[in-house]
Design a protein around this ligand. Structure first.
Ligand code: NAD
Length: 478
């Protein structure tokens, strides 16, 4: 066989390209770079290499990501609680293992075909390229694992922008996942980030021309930011999930489930029960059972004292000369987000054993505990006259987030009426809220629930572009 000049030139060019890709890969430490430009360039180079691998190989990389996430579930959980000061280690271990095992991989990608007189047309789900993923402090390793698996399964590389308060946990997760990918024969830097995450770095990432798609998991500000960036964006925003209980429910089970859901990881999950709306005739019984299952009931002045601790308060600005009294604007005191119920109660002089997992109290419908997304195990309970009032209030306090709602009832009509009225992405019936993300409920898991942009519970297919390929007059075999 003779080798001509053009073949030599082709081989040389291929070798040079590979060396260049590897050089870019070697610059970052496990995917962690100094600048956004470097992180994006390395992810871009890694995605080019990923494109050359078979789907079978991609699945091997995902298997390695799952294994490393399970192996390090405890380490990530301990680190996250220590670093962010939020949540419960045991619950975070469960969350890490959940995303490692129940986040869909490449099997989630489905092709479609039409065949007929004119031939064969095929729709395939292709990668976007490099995705910018902005992740929250409340589920730091969980979101990196979940987005990492789903986005790589879809053939993408990812530049993560983690919340600065969970920086070390997020960066370690990225690093260990990258190591697992490389060990399994994949490219370096499929997942990247900068060593010092900040709002400026996130903004630079969002505006970077080589970022093809943005995915934000967080509060309203970041969802608005990605949706205004002029790129394809998935926004997974805030929730304020109501749990409605009517008179037909199994009241003991409802109480047990609500306390389990609302106290899971100290109420950090966006899907967790944030307020209870109970039909009056069963409300006292429900609260009595809740106390049996780990809740501590406070009332009267203790509620006001707790409000002074866990809420921030300021007066609304009014125009000069306005005679109306300024309204109070409440917010959440971040120092208490994700803290143990025992610690929160100790701040108002109440000492309880470790077995207490949630604080409950009866409030009015317009109490700030009901209106604000507290993200701590403090659960207000509002009594209403009947199911009509319950549905109306649940819709109101969910604030149109269309995120999650929970209902305990045996009346199919009531269940259907709330589901139709509230239009949430997740609606859980007769179970703790976490059944909605695959814990004790059927279906896959995700920690990026895209209500505002409508993808719902995101998975690999959410991170793909549909592409059509048309062959005329052939390949149809009938
Ligand atoms: P957060 O909004 O403070 O931060 C989330 C991420 O967005 C962080 O990386 C942060 O640095 C970044 N960010 C915040 N404001 C930004 C802006 N203006 N521009 C660019 N980036 C910005 O939220 P958090 O405290 O980390 O997480 C809790 C919130 O996230 C809650 O509201 C919760 O309901 C929501 N959440 C939603 C989901 C979901 O799947 N829908 C999942 C988890 C958390």
């Amino acid at each position: 066989m003779t080798i001509d000049q053009s073949l030599i030139a082709k081989i040389t060019a291929e070798i040079m390209a590979r060396v260049q890709e590897q050089k870019q890969g070697a610059a970052g430490d496990g995917g962690i770079f100094t600048t956004i430009d470097e992180a994006v360039a390395a992810a871009r180079a890694a995605q080019k290499q990923l494109k050359k691998l078979s789907i079978e190989k991609r699945e091997e990389l995902i298997k390695a990501m799952r294994q490393t996430s399970c192996d390090n579930a405890e380490k990530f959980a301990e680190m996250a609680v220590k670093e962010s000061g939020m949540g419960r280690v045991a619950d975070k271990v469960l969350k890490n293992k959940l995303v490692a095992t129940k986040t869909p991989g490449t099997e989630d990608l489905k092709s479609e075909a039409w065949s007929g007189d004119c031939g064969l047309t095929l729709i395939e789900m292709g990668p976007y390229g490099v995705i910018g993923s902005i992740t929250p402090t409340t589920n730091p390793s969980e979101t990196v694992i979940c987005n990492g698996i789903g986005m790589v399964a879809a053939g993408n590389a990812v530049v993560f922008s983690p919340h600065p308060t969970a920086k070390n946990t997020s960066l370690l997760t990225i690093k260990l996942l990258n190591e697992a990918i490389v060990k399994a024969g994949g490219p370096a830097n499929l997942l990247t980030a900068v060593a010092e995450p900040s709002l400026e770095a996130t903004n630079a990432m969002m505006q970077h021309p080589d970022i093809n798609m943005l995915v934000a998991t967080g509060g309203p500000a970041v969802v608005k930011a990605v949706m205004s960036a002029g790129k394809k964006a998935i926004g997974a925003g805030a929730g304020n999930p109501p749990a409605v209980v009517d008179e037909t429910a199994d009241i003991e089970k409802a109480a047990k489930d609500i306390i389990a859901g609302c106290s899971f990881d100290n109420n950090l999950p966006c899907i967790a029960e944030k307020e209870v709306i109970a039909v009056g005739s069963i409300a006292d019984k429900l609260m009595a059972y809740m106390q049996r299952y780990g809740a501590y009931l406070i009332s009267g002045q203790d509620i006001d004292r707790l409000a002074k601790v866990i809420l921030t308060e300021k007066e609304e600005l009014v125009a000069a000369g306005c005679t109306e009294k300024p309204k109070k604007i409440y917010g959440v005191n971040k120092n208490y987000v994700g803290k143990d119920a025992k610690y929160i109660l100790s701040q108002i002089g109440i000492n309880v054993p470790d077995s207490i997992r949630a604080v409950i109290c009866e409030t009015n419908a317009d109490h700030p505990f009901v209106i604000e997304e507290l993200m701590m195990p403090v659960l207000p309970i509002v009594q209403v006259k009947d199911i009509d009032e319950a549905i109306e209030l649940a819709v109101k306090v969910e604030h149109g987030n269309r995120h999650t709602a929970i209902m305990h009832s045996k009346n199919v009509d009531n269940l259907t009426r709330l589901a139709k009225a509230i239009e949430t992405t997740i609606f859980v019936k007769n179970a703790p809220s976490y059944a909605g993300i695959g814990v004790g409920g059927e279906g896959f898991t995700t920690f990026t629930i895209a209500g505002p942009t409508g993808e719902g519970l995101t998975s690999a297919r959410s991170f793909t572009r549909q592409r059509r390929c048309v062959l005329v007059d052939a390949l149809s075999i009938v």
